[in-house]
Design a protein. Structure first.
Length: 420
């Protein structure tokens, strides 16, 4: 979404007051047709076609026509070049988002053949090969060339491969260049979130941001309306990234709650595996709805314990992303769970998959992290779905046994931790 003001006006109230006054005056003139006004293409955007009744600046849009003074945010005072690290589905999707804004975009991939194919046909030979990327996306395997002049870096390498990848490129990433991470999950070796991995590998002297929300890569590339959230401890960075990426079909909200966004992005994949198993077992809509709702309760409980805001867990990166991943036909984690419910083993499913289902490794790491960081009595009773999915993936129980165990769970208050 385009912003009508920039952070400058909030930091300098007198300028802000003058600006707001001019906008109000111009709107009055425009709506009363006091004069003819032809907007310049350089600073005006048309009202979003597919998000016409969505949200502008956190408020519902009105039904009346939007004024031509619905303006873009001020562009950065320097040329922007973006490098996307990772040539999987989501890396391709985010490269497409920024390239459609006219921003020169470099896609760092592993294979010369893939890079050549992308540069010649603007299609990836393996992932979403029917999708044509914007011509402003250029691919390369040369790490130094890809990163040398980047003003922003988007990291879209799966969590379990992130640390090894960053070790190979940390010496060629320019100092102080911000990084936007789009990977979700918990590292199995360190039990850390993406924020921990990035700071350990690249240091704490640069700014980091984290993108999450219900956002299937194919739908993003096809221009289907999508809403995400970018969280950062540096809110000015989050605002700048939102301005760069937002468009009429890609709404971007911001947050300071990094841990909340990270918890939601990790836990939702585990819940999706459970939802897939429920569907694979043919247990029906009632069971699926109850399972997903209870899973969101475990997400909220864990998030609050780790310092997240409840509003973040109930927002796009938490419940929103969970709904998409549990019920969407494009979800890899849901498909993994569905095949488990049909009787396949985790090893058989992994051997036949060409893409990573992050929830599989995350489920095991998540339980280990809970046992390490969360104190209290009977953690398995506080997180029965998260613990159950891990047990099923590790072969300690069958999917039907796990879901029957949930149904035979001791009767308690729905939210026992809110009994006071």
């Amino acid at each position: 979404m385009a912003e009508i003001t920039s952070v400058t006006f909030w930091r300098y109230p007198s300028i802000g007051s003058l600006f707001v006054g001019l906008v109000i005056l111009a709107n009055i003139c425009f709506e009363t047709e006091a004069f003819s006004f032809t907007p310049s293409q350089s600073n005006i955007i048309q009202p979003p076609s597919s998000l016409r009744n969505y949200v502008l600046n956190g408020r519902p849009t009105s039904s009346r026509p939007i004024s031509p003074l619905y303006m873009k945010a001020n562009p950065p005072p320097y040329p922007v070049r973006i490098t996307v690290m990772g040539g999987g589905n989501f890396g391709l999707a985010l490269a497409s988002v920024v390239a459609k804004k006219g921003i020169p975009t470099t896609l760092l991939v592993r294979s010369d053949d893939v890079a050549d194919e992308l540069n010649e046909t603007h299609r990836h030979p393996r992932y979403m090969s029917d999708i044509k990327l914007p011509r402003t996306v250029r691919a390369t395997t040369d790490k130094k060339a890809a990163l040398a002049d980047a003003t922003y870096i988007i990291h879209a390498v799966p969590v379990q491969y992130t640390r090894a990848f960053l070790e190979t490129i940390k010496d060629v990433i320019p100092a102080n260049v911000p990084i936007l991470a789009a990977s979700k999950g918990i590292e199995t070796s360190s039990l850390g979130f993406m924020t921990d991995i990035l700071k350990e590998c690249l240091g704490e002297d640069r700014s980091y941001a984290f993108l999450s929300g219900p956002s299937f890569a194919r739908e993003i590339c096809e221009g289907v309306a999508t809403a995400v959230v970018i969280a950062s401890e540096d809110l000015m960075l989050a605002d700048d990234l939102a301005d760069l990426m937002a468009g009429e079909d890609f709404a971007v909200f911001t947050s300071r709650d990094v841990i909340g966004v990270e918890v939601g992005g990790a836990v939702k994949n585990v819940i999706a595996i459970a939802a897939g198993m429920c569907e694979g077992l043919g247990l029906g809509t009632n069971a699926m709805s109850g399972l997903v709702t209870r899973g969101c309760g475990e997400m909220r409980r864990l998030g609050i314990y780790l310092g997240a805001r409840p509003s973040t867990i109930s927002g796009l990166s938490g419940v929103g992303d969970t709904f998409g991943t549990c019920f969407g036909p494009l979800s890899r984690n849901r498909k993994f769970g569905y095949r488990l419910g049909k009787g396949e083993t985790p090893e058989e499913i992994r051997a036949s998959m060409t893409e990573v289902a992050e929830g599989v490794d995350t489920s095991i790491a998540l339980v280990k992290m809970i046992k390490k960081r969360c104190k209290g009595y009977r953690l398995d009773l506080k997180y029965p779905i998260l613990f159950g999915v891990a047990d099923i993936i590790e072969g300690k129980m069958k999917p039907l046994e796990g879901l029957q165990g949930l149904m035979n769970f001791p009767t308690r208050m729905e939210n026992y931790d809110e009994r006071f």
